[in-house]
Design a protein around this ligand. Structure first.
Ligand SMILES: Nc1nc2c(ncn2[C@@H]2O[C@H](COP(=O)(O)OP(=O)(O)O)[C@@H](O)[C@H]2O)c(=O)[nH]1
Ligand SMILES: [Mg+2]
Length: 208
């Protein structure tokens, strides 16, 4: 697929409220720990350096940012987890936020879970995948900051990540802000959206 249009739609402080509004459009969410490169990834994907604010400081943003892509689907940028100074209360409100969203998101088709390729998945990353299994949301792991490693190390770390997460190697796409594997991510998005069309077709045939 090609991304010909990417616009910021709205921010929400309350994820559940967003889910309950029922956009009626396919949603794909982007999750990952704070500072993993979520904003940079969205900008890289949309080839728009200003779409999403990036920061070298772990952010405390608790907002869900919604982006509209090609008038076709919504990218849902979830708040980052696991910044070092999070209080117990902040951790709890993050968990509530996620549960509120995943539990109500009828149009959510897929999650892109970002993890830094240089590090082993954290306990929170594993917990994130557990949420997704629980709510039966398919996911792809996006391994960020691949430009910081050699090609052979990237491949080696993808294998190690797959083993640690007990998922297939093909479910991990290493990327970088420079656009490495942008085409692979776009193909994956195309695949996800195509599944939606198939379902619609089957439903229409059943209705007839
Ligand atoms: N070298 C490199 N730096 C990156 C990459 N992605 C993000 N960063 C840097 O990591 C920091 C956090 O990025 P950001 O996108 O704001 O992370 P977020 O908190 O997950 O949204 C920023 O300083 C980015 O410039 C990447 O692919 N390569
Ligand atoms: Mg960000």
């Amino acid at each position: 697929m090609k991304i010909s249009k990417a616009v910021f739609v709205k921010s929400y402080a309350d994820a559940e409220k967003f889910a309950l509004e029922e956009s009626g459009m396919t949603e794909i969410c982007v999750a990952g720990r704070s500072n993993v490169g979520k904003s940079s990834f969205i900008n890289m994907l949309c080839q728009n350096g200003k779409l999403c604010k990036t920061s070298s400081l772990p952010g405390r943003t608790r907002l869900i940012n919604i982006f509209g892509i090609n008038d076709e689907f919504l990218l849902v940028d979830l708040p980052g987890y696991g910044f070092a100074k999070a209080s117990k209360q902040e951790r709890k409100s993050w968990a509530d936020l996620m549960g509120g969203y995943f539990g109500e998101a009828k149009f959510l088709r897929h999650a892109l879970v970002l993890m830094d390729i240089r590090h082993e998945p954290s306990a929170l990353d594993v917990q994130m995948l557990e949420y997704l299994y629980y709510y039966q949301i398919p996911f792809t792991v996006i391994a960020t900051k691949s430009d910081k490693l050699s090609k052979s190390k990237v491949s080696q770390n993808v294998t190690a990540m797959a083993a640690a997460l007990k998922i297939g190697r093909d479910n991990i796409i290493p990327v970088s802000v420079e656009g490495f594997n942008r085409d692979r991510v776009l193909s994956k998005l195309e695949e996800i959206l195509a599944v939606d069309e198939d379902i619609e077709q089957v439903c229409q045939e059943e209705d007839n």
